[in-house]
Design a protein around this ligand. Structure first.
Ligand SMILES: *[C@@H]1O[C@H](CO)[C@@H](O)[C@H](O)[C@H]1NC(C)=O
Ligand SMILES: *[C@@H]1O[C@H](CO)[C@@H](O)[C@H](O)[C@H]1NC(C)=O
Ligand SMILES: *[C@@H]1O[C@H](CO)[C@@H](O)[C@H](O)[C@H]1NC(C)=O
Ligand SMILES: *[C@@H]1O[C@H](CO)[C@@H](O)[C@H](O)[C@H]1NC(C)=O
Ligand SMILES: *[C@@H]1O[C@H](CO)[C@@H](O)[C@H](O)[C@H]1NC(C)=O
Length: 950
């Protein structure tokens, strides 16, 4: 038993060794294939042809660090990077890999900075003259251009030094990490000695030539990180020596050819990040040497073939982010070497087989979502029991992100006294039901570094012992459970940086213990009492503090001023009181988001807040703050959202607002005592999406330029991901969710003293969703083009002094769901139309004595005309008494009543001026329409004369 497992391990090590050799380039294979047997190196000069070819290469390059300075003189065999055959003196090797390559990125970059180690240039045509060349290594330079001429040239070499006597001797081409483009020529198939081809990380495009199948010596093919497209040629199956195939991160499409099963030496297959589709061929089971299979981020579908169980050497299987369906085959349990299994983000379902518990080598298991922000798309169900983990003694990482829609169909059910065989380092479960009691087996996981149990249905207290038994945790999230009681004291280790206990029912004092934590999310709980006065000393590295929606009282402690790294401070919706501390802000120059809304803070905004120059979001709404609009806000040149709503601010709005805060998306000053004009300069805020000045004392006219508040350019949208997340979890007032907030455009100027007309060009803010101008003294007509606001959902113009008709165009607003025109002096018939008909609450028109028509009970004049024609349907009467004329008129009248009001006005002019009438009719294309309209005008005009006579 011991011996056999030892053999297992050594086989594994051996395989992994081969695997790495194949990944790290193939110079060792070269040695195997062409052993060098020279005792001393004779002195020769290289051939003139080869020397010239090398020199022409040199002249085509820029060489900032002078790497090719030794390339002078006759004997090119002594030049740096040039290797000659010890017997013939031919140039057989050119190794100009970037020398800083293995020194890590920093060093590589530094070398670049100091003039650069990169050789920049093209592969010259003359290079093809290096017919004796066996190895060309140019990794990590800036060689550009194509490889076609070079390969074509090589393919025409007939070479004396190769075994065959007349074949190109090239064995290794490593042009990886350059800027090569163009396609791989068909002639590549003639380089029949080629062992390794590495074009990794260039900009190669086109398809893989069918001729690739002729490279019968090929051991390693690496075309990863290019823009290769098309399908994998069927001929790939002829590469019987192939050990490593890497096509990752291209645009390859089509299915994996069945012939892949013939690659009996294949150790590593990487097709990740392409657009491969279809099913995984059953023949995959024949790849008995396969150690690593990576098909992640493609569009593979179908089920995992049962034959997968035959890959007895498989160490790593990654199928993440595909459209795989079905369940995991039972045969998975046979993959006794498997170290890493990733099936995240597929459409797999059903129960997880117990055989997974046999994978005794497994270290990492991902079955849910890969991305922690999104749930996984797999929808597993059933119960995970101790059997599923029976032999997973090496398991270190378990990640199962499920979607909320999965509805806790997957349950992890272990006995309270379960002692798992593993010691996890990283455990991430979301929407996997573990509760209602706290999983006590966690206390055995003393190596745990990252613990995330979100939406796990745990409605228990946090056990006292937990913290002590898991001392290495640096990242905790237990959010969205129903955890209750107090949080036990915990001594975090110095590297701990993240804790999220948000959205639970935790209570008692805030658990802000001394630590190096950077992120603390305690929002949406029932914590009470004050923020510790010494928070600055307790949490010196704090970056993000969210205590919103608790019951915190007391003042904002002065020691916040010590938190120089603080960038998010969110205390919204608590009972924090007192004044804003006058001095602490000076050192908080990193603060991006300051949200103190919905508290009991009073006094004015201290001038030391001028130092918060990085601020992007400032919300002070719903407090008792007063004072004038702070002049130092003009220092906040990155501000995107300013909310001072529901306070006691007063005075005029400064005119610099538009210039100094160019990134402002949201300006909310609602419910204060601001007065004076709305400054014209506000129109300079070209990214503004929300303008809310309601319930103030603004007077004067609505600036005409407001129509230019139109941000078509969405590159002006700066709010980053985290900020959006913040808005989601906080729920902005009005209940706008994340996406809605991005899209909504709203102007609310209601309840002020504004006068004058509604500017016509307000109708050019075509994205406008909400407009509320109610409770002002606006006069004039409703702009005729109101119908241009096609996105409008809510329009309130009530309680003004507007007159004239309601524009017909209003009826074309398909999304309008709230309308209020009450208490104005509007007149004429209420237009009808699809959407307006659904708004049939008469109160939205009330207080306009001259309005008529539905839904009001006041009938319009043409309604009276209906009484002049037979009441019970014109047509039938017409048929009875044979007088078709007048009855078809009445038919039109009843059918198209809406037209009449509109024509009422034009009718007199039409009668007076015949030429106008003709022009008017010309605008109707359809003859039938013309006739109908003509008849209607006639009838309306007749009726009008009639009514004037009465
Ligand atoms: C030629 O011989 C020298 C000295 O023995 C050796 O270092 C070198 O690697 C040999 N060159 C080739 C290309 O085999
Ligand atoms: C699994 O574990 C059990 C008991 O722990 C052991 O008897 C068995 O041999 C193990 N199976 C494998 C495949 O390792
Ligand atoms: C803020 O702006 C005012 C006026 O523009 C200026 O005097 C002051 O120095 C600025 N403060 C900071 C901290 O930049
Ligand atoms: C418009 O504003 C007024 C006053 O602020 C408010 O009462 C009314 O509800 C708002 N109308 C809509 C449709 O939101
Ligand atoms: C319309 O506005 C008036 C006055 O502002 C208000 O009293 C009424 O409730 C509003 N009607 C609707 C349906 O919102």
């Amino acid at each position: 038993m011991v011996i056999s497992s030892h053999i297992f391990m050594s086989t594994l090590h051996h395989l992994i060794l081969i695997f790495f050799i194949s990944l790290l380039g193939t110079s060792s294979y070269l040695q195997l294939i062409k052993p060098v047997s020279c005792t001393k190196s004779p002195i020769f000069k290289c051939s003139e042809v080869e020397r010239k070819a090398l020199l022409s290469f040199k002249y085509n390059l820029t060489d900032p660090s002078g790497r090719l300075s030794s390339w002078v003189g006759e004997d090119c065999c002594n030049w740096l990077g040039v290797g000659c055959d010890n017997n013939t003196g031919n140039v057989v090797k050119l190794d100009l890999r970037n020398p800083s390559w293995f020194d890590g990125f920093d060093q590589y970059n530094k070398s670049c900075l100091g003039g650069g180690n990169n050789l920049i240039g093209k592969i010259p045509n003359s290079f093809a003259n290096l017919c004796n060349l066996q190895a060309l290594q140019l990794r990590g330079n800036n060689i550009n251009g194509g490889i076609t001429e070079f390969v074509d040239g090589l393919s025409q070499c007939s070479n004396s030094s190769s075994e065959d006597g007349n074949l190109p001797s090239m064995q290794e081409i490593d042009l990886s990490f350059n800027q090569l483009n163009g396609t791989i020529p068909e002639s590549i198939g003639k380089l029949s000695m080629l062992v390794s081809l590495n074009l990794n990380d260039n900009q190669m495009s086109g398809t893989i030539p069918e001729s690739i199948g002729k490279l019968s010596m090929l051991v390693s093919l690496n075309l990863a990180h290019n823009q290769m497209s098309g399908t994998i040629p069927e001929s790939i199956g002829k590469l019987s020596m192939l050990v490593s195939l890497n096509l990752a991160d291209n645009q390859m499409s089509g299915t994996i050819p069945e012939s892949i099963g013939k690659l009996s030496m294949l150790v590593s297959l990487n097709l990740a990040d392409n657009q491969m589709s279809g099913t995984i061929p059953e023949s995959i089971g024949k790849l008995s040497m396969l150690v690593s299979l990576n098909l992640a981020h493609n569009q593979m579908s179908g089920t995992i073939p049962e034959s997968i169980g035959k890959l007895s050497m498989l160490v790593s299987l990654n199928l993440a982010d595909n459209q795989m369906s079905g369940t995991i085959p039972e045969s998975i349990g046979k993959l006794s070497m498997l170290v890493s299994l990733n099936l995240a983000d597929n459409q797999m379902s059903g129960t997880i087989p117990e055989s997974i518990g046999k994978l005794s080598m497994l270290v990492s298991l991902k079955l849910g979502g890969e991305n922690s922000w999104e749930g996984g798309k797999n929808s597993w169900e059933g119960v995970l029991t101790e059997a599923h983990f029976l032999n997973l003694t090496r398991l270190k990482s378990l990640s199962l992100y499920m979607e909320s829609s999965a509805n806790w169909k997957l349950v992890l059910n272990a006995k309270q006294d379960w002692v798992p065989p593993f010691k996890l380092i990283d455990l991430q479960l979301r929407y996997v039901r573990i509760g209602p009691t706290f999983p006590t087996w966690l206390t055995t996981q003393n190596e745990l570094n990252l613990l995330l149990l979100e939406n796990a249905g745990i409605s228990d207290t946090i056990p006292h012992g937990l913290w002590k038994s898991c001392p290495n945790i640096t990242f905790w999230s237990l959010s969205n459970n129903k955890l209750r009681g107090q949080v036990p004291y915990f001594e975090f280790q110095p590297s701990a940086y993240y804790i999220d206990l948000s959205f639970n029912n935790l209570e008692g004092p805030l658990p802000l213990f001394h630590s190096n934590l950077r992120h603390i999310h305690l929002d949406n709980n029932m914590f009470s009492g004050p923020i510790p006065k010494n928070i600055g000393q307790l949490l010196p590295n704090l970056d993000w503090l969210d205590l919103s929606s608790n019951s915190i009282t007391g003042r904002i402690p002065h020691s916040f001023g010590m938190l120089k790294n603080l960038s998010f401070l969110i205390l919204r919706n608590n009972s924090v009181s007192g004044k804003l501390p006058p001095l602490l802000w000076k050192d908080l120059q990193r603060l991006l988001i300051l949200d103190l809304a919905e508290n009991n803070i009073s006094g004015n905004v201290p001038s030391s807040m001028q130092y918060l120059r990085s601020l992007e979001v400032l919300s002070l709404s719903q407090n008792h703050l007063d004072g004038e609009f702070p002049s130092f806000f003009r220092n906040y040149s990155n501000l995107q959202s300013l909310d001072l709503g529901r306070n006691k601010f007063f005075g005029k709005l400064p005119t610099w607002l538009g210039e100094s805060l160019p990134h402002l998306l949201r300006l909310r000053l609602r419910s204060n005592f601001f007065q004076g004009d709305i400054p014209q300069q506000l129109c300079l805020l070209s990214h503004l999406q929300i303008l809310d000045l309601a319930h103030n004392d603004f007077s004067g006219v609505i600036p005409k330029c407001l129509g230019s508040l139109r941000s078509n350019e969405h590159e002006g949208y700066y709010v980053d991901y985290d900020y959006e997340m913040l808005l989601v979890s906080k729920g902005i007032e009005y209940g706008y969710g994340q996406t809605f907030f991005n899209l909504v455009y709203s102007i609310d100027l209601s309840s002020n003293n504004l006068s004058g007309e509604i500017p016509d060009n307000i109708t050019s803010i075509s994205e406008l969703v909400i407009m509320n101008l109610s409770m002002n003294h606006l006069i004039g007509r409703i702009p005729n083009k109101i119908g241009n606001l096609q996105m409008l959902q809510s329009l309130d113009l009530s309680m003004n002094e507007l007159y004239g008709p309601i524009p017909q165009s209003l009826s074309s607003l398909n999304f309008l769901s709230r309308l209020n025109l009450s208490f104005n002096n509007l007149s004429g018939k209420i237009p009808n139309g699809d959407q307006l008909q659904t708004l049939n609450d008469a109160s939205i028109y009330e207080g306009n004595s001259l309005l008529c028509g539905l839904p009001l009970s006041t009938k319009c004049l043409e309604d009276e005309t209906k009484h002049m024609v037979p009441p019970n349907g014109g047509n039938r009467v017409a048929n009875e008494n044979g007088s078709a004329g007048i009855n078809s008129f009445s038919f039109y009248v009843s059918m198209m009543a809406g037209f009449i009001v509109g024509f009422w006005g034009v009718c007199s002019t039409l009668i007076i001026k015949t030429s106008w009438r003709q022009a008017y009719f010309r605008s109707f294309d359809n003859l039938k329409d013309k006739i109908v309209v003509f008849v209607m005008v006639k009838i309306v005009c007749l009726l009008r004369k009639e009514s004037e006579r009465n």
